[in-house]
Design a protein around this ligand. Structure first.
Ligand code: 6PG
Length: 469
């Protein structure tokens, strides 16, 4: 029997779609799932691709059907299930067999697992895969991490299955250990922020401009033909235009306003707090999801304070302003994400390929956007420069910042919550302030804790004349 080129464990949605994608690109793949019945139903549904797929009914059989040295993708829920799967697999493998975790792992876990593998002479990769179900099936964006020579062993498979931007595969080795999963985590942080900014624009249209969901859909569709062209803008138009078959209402109107999360946005914020790289728009987006979850409390709040925002006077705010505000917000959340990546990368001794990260996100992933090509160019010119200072983006910011200011001001004045837009504006205004108010913070710290401060006119650390007057 011919052995498979690669194996995959975990036939949930992403694993199943990735397997079909691999098979379609001409690779022979063995598949296994803890619930064995799923293996049969998967192969049955694979149609003509079934001839490329070897179903296995036990882990031993699975390992045995893969050509050595083996490459095995593990696509199980992040966390303990990954450790359990590795523990079950290792005794069946040779030291040069490669385990590849393609789930949304916490990159610290991937660092640990990579170190554990190295300690026993085994091979391990952690790769971030973005693009949801459709991306996994037809071309995801792939962010690789681990030993570079191990990546080299499977890069041809990932290049084949990845999305292509003008023919170039969106699959890149990001660095050792958990570097790939770090890049995927921050990708998701940006995803949270971009989604929240779009949701706030929708809120301004729905509550402030009295627009119906399909009217919002038309606007998102129009924006998707301009600078905001992106997957998230596109799907926002689609979801706004959809009708609920049961009620005949717009689907958006019957969806509960409570958003869940699996944790990658939160992990991004934790890394920001750990390293001191500010990501206020992403923080606002994570907090907004948490606030959305406080449904009962919000109802109490509305009863107590009155929640119905006033409809805006249409002269005070235009849809063009809203589009311009989103452009600024979007630049801010990407700029913060890339700056965070650089900071965390440095903390781990990784030279993350900043421009190649932007290139890898140009197609296939959830945050793919027309802006990413210009970001790749800007980061190629200067990988250490905050994107908001790159000439192309600085120009966009100069032209559009007044609109964000207007949207935030009008929304705040009318009681419409725009926490991510406000955070974007706060970041913009702070990052263009040569003199902030942290001198007051330093004076307070020195007053109550003798923490000392720096002076603008002399070197060294100093104390104030507190209490001596
Ligand atoms: C992607 C997505 C994907 C998934 C997120 C959603 O890049 O394909 O980010 O990984 O949709 O896990 O995350 P939340 O459930 O936390 O929103």
């Amino acid at each position: 029997m011919n052995k498979s080129d690669i194996g995959l464990i975990g036939l949930g949605t992403m694993g199943a779609m990735l397997s079909l994608n691999i098979a379609e690109k001409g690779f022979a793949i063995s598949v296994f799932n803890r619930t064995v019945a799923r293996v049969d139903s998967f192969v049955k549904g694979a149609g003509s691709l079934a001839s490329q797929i070897t179903p296995a009914r036990s882990l031993d059989e699975f390992v045995d059907t893969i050509a050595a040295p083996r490459a095995i993708i593990v696509m199980v829920p992040a966390g303990e299930a990954v450790d359990a799967q590795i523990a079950a697999l290792r005794p069946l493998l040779n030291s040069d067999d490669l385990i590849i975790d393609a789930g949304n792992a916490n990159f610290h876990d991937t660092n640990r697992r990579a170190a554990e593998a190295t300690a026993v002479g085994a091979s391990y990769l952690g790769i971030g895969v973005s693009g949801g179900e459709d991306g996994a099936r037809h071309g995801p964006s792939i962010m690789g991490g681990g030993d570079r020579s191990n990546w080299g062993r499977v890069a041809h498979i990932f290049d084949a299955i990845a999305a292509k931007y003008q023919g170039k595969p969106c699959a890149t080795w990001m660095g050792p250990g958990g570097a790939g999963h770090l890049v995927k985590t921050v990708h998701n942080g940006i995803e949270y922020a971009d989604m929240q900014l779009i949701a706030e624009a929708y809120g301004v249209m729905r509550d402030g401009m009295n627009m119906t969901a399909p009217e919002c859909g038309t606007v998102f569709g129009r924006w998707n033909r301009g600078i905001l062209k992106s997957y998230l803008t596109e799907i926002s138009a689609e979801v706004s235009n959809a009708t609920d078959p049961t009620t005949g209402s717009p689907v958006l109107d019957i969806i509960l306003d409570r958003a869940g999360q699996k944790g990658t946005g939160r992990w991004t914020v934790i890394e920001s707090q750990q390293t001191g790289a500010p990501v206020p728009v992403i923080e606002a987006a994570v907090a907004a999801r948490n606030m959305s979850a406080e449904l009962t409390t919000r109802h109490v709040g509305e009863d107590l304070f009155g929640g119905v925002p006033q409809v805006l006077d249409r002269e005070s705010l235009t849809l063009d302003d809203l589009e311009a505000a989103l452009i600024v917000g979007k630049i801010m959340c990407y700029a913060q994400g890339f700056a965070l990546l650089a900071r965390v990368g440095t903390a781990h001794g990784w030279e993350l390929p900043m421009s190649a990260i932007a290139e890898t996100w140009r197609e296939g992933c959830i945050i793919r956007s027309a802006m990413l090509n210009d970001m790749a160019t800007a980061l190629g010119e200067d990988p250490g420069r905050n994107l908001m200072f790159a000439p192309y983006f600085a120009d966009l910011l100069r032209r559009n910042q007044a609109a964000l200011r207007n949207v935030a001001a009008v929304a705040v004045a009318h009681g419409l919550p725009v926490p991510a837009m406000s955070a974007a504006l706060g970041y913009f205004d702070t990052m263009r302030s040569a003199r902030t108010t942290a001198n007051m913070i330093q004076a307070q710290r020195d007053f109550f804790g003798a923490h000392s401060f720096e002076r603008i006119d002399a070197q060294g650390s100093h104390h104030g004349p507190w209490g001596k007057a």
